[in-house]
Design a protein around this ligand. Structure first.
Ligand code: ADP
Length: 479
């Protein structure tokens, strides 16, 4: 249950990360966005081109049609009317918006006929009419501020070359509309691109969320949680669920391997402890009984006995840890008066360490604990307090109780623990300073056992310390 809370907590703590250009989310978003921009641009360019083509083709085709018909109509009228009148009539007959026609003599000096302006608001300016050359096929040109379709051709009447016909159609208004349409299309495309990018980014973010959750869940799993750890993703896609399943299987194998290792350490410690205790017993009795030993023999036996003692204690610690880890340590939790227990341990410790232990307790505090385990915890902490402070310094045991929990503080005025080590001293085999630890004979397991036992009883342990001033270990226990 606690593990599930930890995992959920970790998931909730989704941190806003800085932009990671190597992330899958960034790559997918930019690649898909670039593709969409490319596609949308192609569509926009093609549409504008098509619109322009349509506009120009319609107008040029219409001018081309008139240009083809013009000589025939002139011929026709010339058969009935004088040539000039026939020309003018043919021009007048053309009623296309914005189209002006004029006919000049071959040398271009004489204007033979021109549109009257009745059919069009656009009139041929002198500048336009003075243009010497125009295309022989209708084409769009920009003349001044106007977009014009220009054309020139020859006119004959009664088999005689009369002159040149010029046509100009003003399509400025249509061109403006086309430009406005293209601008509108561009704005729509930009908006559509931005919307698409936002939607894609959101979608990719959502798709990758289960992976993020998985990584956070996996990050929150510690060695202690291995056996119960399980990744559960309800709304994840099948691929991610499969990955989570594989991960769960791996966790279970890891947990088995870890369990086997613990058992192995436990078994080895157990198997070694007994013969070593026997060796230690013989060595100690030899030392006690033999009074004809040489100095060298005495020293050798003392060294052997002290090393055997240290190793037996290490094996005992390892065994305790292995038992606590593997759940063999069944806790006999019952409400007990902590005052009695603290006074009892303090009295015992005072006797063995010949150190002054001051108990401060203002009221009776009852907590739900395992008496023997808590005794072991206190002994370990007092043992450390004795080891890491001067013999003339007293050790305080402060007992307090609130509505929520009972606390026991073990307070020494010793060497203290550097800040950077305070979070690690509860790790197995962690020692602040090898030289200091060796001189005090520790293995770095005492606090690991304390933590395991306190947490096994549903309590907490923390430390406050200042170098050179001393340390306070605070045990919090459920009441
Ligand atoms: P050890 O058996 O080596 O003392 P512990 O797990 O009990 O191992 O302690 C780990 C380390 O924490 C020790 O090496 C010691 O440096 C430091 N330590 C523990 N208790 C104290 C204390 N009361 N004062 C100063 N240092 C301490």
């Amino acid at each position: 249950m606690q593990l599930i809370h930890t995992l959920r907590g970790a998931m909730r703590r989704v941190k806003r990360r800085p932009l990671d250009t190597a992330s899958l989310q960034f790559r997918l978003t930019t690649e898909i966005a670039a593709l969409s921009v490319l596609c949308l641009s192609c569509v926009a360019i093609w549409t504008s081109w098509k619109m322009q083509q349509l506009l120009i083709t319609t107008h040029t085709q219409s001018v081309e049609y008139i240009a083809n018909r013009f000589p025939r109509d002139v011929e026709l009228y010339s058969e009935m009317l004088p040539v000039e009148i026939g020309l003018q009539k043919t021009i007048n007959n053309v009623s296309v918006a914005g189209l002006v026609i004029w006919v000049k003599s071959i040398d271009g000096k004489q204007l033979l006929a021109q549109s009257t302006g009745a059919t069009s608001s656009f009139t041929a300016t002198d500048e336009l009419m003075s243009l010497a050359e125009m295309p022989l096929k209708p084409q769009v040109y920009k003349v001044g501020s106007h977009y014009l379709i220009l054309y020139q051709g020859l006119v004959t009447a009664k088999g005689k070359l009369l002159g040149k016909v010029y046509m100009a159609q003003d399509i400025t208004e249509d061109q403006r509309q086309l430009i406005a349409a293209i601008q509108g299309l561009a704005i729509v495309c930009v908006l559509a691109t931005m919307l698409t990018m936002a939607a894609i980014a959101l979608r990719i973010r959502r798709s990758l969320q289960p992976l993020q959750e998985m990584s956070q869940m996996a990050g929150a799993i510690s060695v202690d949680d291995l056996s119960q750890a399980k990744l559960q993703l309800s709304n994840a896609p099948t691929e991610v669920k499969e990955l989570a399943q594989t991960f769960n299987m791996m966790l279970s194998r890891l947990s088995d391997a870890w369990e086997q290792q613990r058992q192995f350490v436990g078994n080895i410690s157990h198997e070694l402890r007994t013969p070593l205790t026997v060796v230690l017993g013989y060595l100690q009795s030899l030392l006690r009984r033999s009074n004809n030993l040489t100095d060298y023999q005495q020293e050798a036996l003392e060294t052997a006995a002290s090393e055997a003692d240290r190793t037996v204690r290490l094996l005992q610690d390892l065994l305790d840890l292995a038992r606590a880890d593997s759940g063999y340590a069944h806790y006999l939790l019952e409400p007990i008066s902590l005052n009695d227990l603290v006074f009892e341990v303090a009295g015992m410790a005072e006797k063995f360490s010949s150190r002054l232990l001051q108990v401060q307790a203002t009221k009776t505090v009852v907590a739900i604990v395992d008496r023997d385990r808590l005794r072991q915890v206190l002994i370990n902490l007092i043992d450390n307090a004795v080891k890491y402070s001067e013999p003339n310094q007293p050790i305080d045991l402060i007992l307090e109780g609130t509505d929520q929990q009972a606390t026991i503080q073990v307070h020494d005025r010793g060497v203290g623990i550097p800040l950077q080590d305070q979070s690690r001293i509860f790790e197995r085999f962690y020692r602040v300073d090898e030289a200091r630890a060796r001189s005090t004979g520790g293995h770095g397991l005492g606090l690991a056992i304390v933590k395991t036992l306190v947490e096994g009883m549903g309590g907490t342990i923390s430390v406050r310390s200042k170098l050179g001033e001393g340390s306070v270990f605070v045990i919090g226990l459920p009441i």
